[in-house]
Write a protein that binds this ligand. Structure first.
Ligand code: PMP
Length: 408
């Protein structure tokens, strides 16, 4: 795999030239939101300057152009994740909405007392809270696959928890706190052996590594545009065509129907059946532009680059001696490190490194139950992307060192 030309890539991101607190911005909060390359920003302005109109095949020229661009954006996103076509890709505003779409449209109709949803201790609240609450409403039971000491899923426990009572297995592909990359295909095989469906939360994998929905054999998969060089307000739900076909709509309204009478309505074809009302048009078009941008650079190269930075950060931080890094060893994780400096609250740490222009996240990263398992209330998290450098990791470690001396 050819290394990235990071100097060249950084030219695509004008925001990286910013100064923060008198020094260069060191942006290491990519797992929360990534930065946006010029070409993606331009795809938004191009839409508003040249062909802003409502979609769904209005008769006039602008509406035709907008419709074609919006529909083709689905094809591009489908191709990016190895889906069969636009029928399998519903645009949503983010991962959370995709998750709720399935929970409401499938869960409320299919789950009941005696049914089980199996998910994991390392889920993001987007998944954990959603299944927990849908189970409460339907009388189904929610079960959690535990994690091992090293932050892997306990696969023996998973094999025991997934039974013929299981209707849904929902798993985060790459953990936004531990950096663990979960064996989604293996879980899909176990789920399917028990006639259960599987949902992969790919918010931290689709932006960072090649993801092929057919190879993973998942029934559903969700991700957000704003973590993969795209705009906020964009995201997607992948679903196998026959699974989406069998599902009731989530939202009712315009554009999701083909025929309406006072008595009843007939649903539009996929994916429009799940896209009621005027969608986020420019955001969807820009998400496709982001996919093309990432594809031009190459997802394998991006994955390799991030993993090398994460391993370097893991090594440098653990060398400090009084830093605990959570999750698997440095050479087996996706591009992020969550950690705590002994005796310093993660919020104070993030605030001090911000004085040095270094942007990291502090808190529970929307994984409160996982932090309970780890036995800490909060952690600091640095997360890397294609434009980050080893020098930026050094800047982080220097700033953490400074924080230590301030609190000593
Ligand atoms: N799942 C994971 C693993 C995430 O990291 C995130 C974003 N922090 C989400 C779900 C939710 O994404 P969004 O806020 O874009 O819906």
């Amino acid at each position: 795999v050819e290394p990235l030309d990071v100097d060249r890539i950084r030219e695509d991101f004008p925001i990286l030239d910013r100064e923060v607190n008198g020094g260069p911005l060191v942006y290491l909060d990519n797992a929360a939101t990534s930065q946006t390359p010029t070409r993606v920003v331009e795809s938004i302005s191009d839409y508003y300057y040249r062909y802003n109109a409502n979609v769904h095949r209005g008769i006039h020229q602008l509406s035709q152009e907008a419709s074609i661009a919006y529909e083709e954006a689905h094809d591009t996103v489908a191709e990016f994740i190895g889906a069969d076509g636009r029928e399998e890709v519903v645009f949503t505003k983010n991962t959370t909405e995709a998750m709720n779409l399935v929970a409401y449209a499938w869960g409320l109709n299919e789950l009941g007392p005696g049914d089980e949803v199996v998910t994991t201790e390392m889920e993001h609240h987007a998944s954990l809270v959603t299944w927990q609450q849908i189970c409460k409403r339907t009388g189904a039971e929610c079960k959690y696959v535990p994690i091992t000491e090293d932050g892997y899923l306990d696969m023996d426990a998973a094999a025991e928890l997934i039974t013929d009572d299981t209707e849904m297995v929902s798993v985060v592909h790459a953990s936004n706190t531990l950096g663990t990359v979960n064996p989604v295909r293996e879980l899909a095989d176990i789920a399917h052996d028990h006639d259960a469906l599987i949902f992969a939360d790919a918010a931290q994998s689709v932006p960072n590594r090649p993801v092929d929905v057919k190879a993973l054999d998942v029934d559903f998969l969700a991700f957000s545009g704003h973590k993969m060089c795209g705009p906020t307000g964009s995201g997607a739900l992948y679903g196998k065509e026959h699974v989406l076909e069998a599902m009731e709509p989530y939202l009712y309204g315009g554009d999701m129907i083909v025929k309406v009478t006072f008595e009843d309505s007939q649903w539009n074809e996929l994916p429009w059946k799940f896209e009621a009302g005027t969608p986020s048009i420019s955001e969807g078009i820009a998400l496709a532009e982001a996919c093309e941008y990432l594809d031009d650079i190459g997802m394998e190269r991006i994955q390799r680059h991030e993993e090398q930075l994460a391993e370097y950060a893991y090594d440098r931080l653990t060398e400090l001696g009084d830093v605990e890094v959570y999750g698997p060893p440095g050479d087996d994780r996706s591009g992020l490190v969550a950690f705590n400096l002994d005796g310093v609250h993660a919020h104070d740490l993030a605030s001090i490194v911000n004085d040095y222009g270094v942007a990291i996240r502090a808190g529970d990263h929307c994984t409160q139950p996982l932090h309970d398992v780890l036995g800490v209330g909060a952690s600091a998290r640095a997360s890397f992307y294609l434009y980050n450098t080893r020098e930026e990791v050094d800047a982080l470690v220097d700033a953490v060192d400074e924080a230590r001396s301030i609190f000593a």
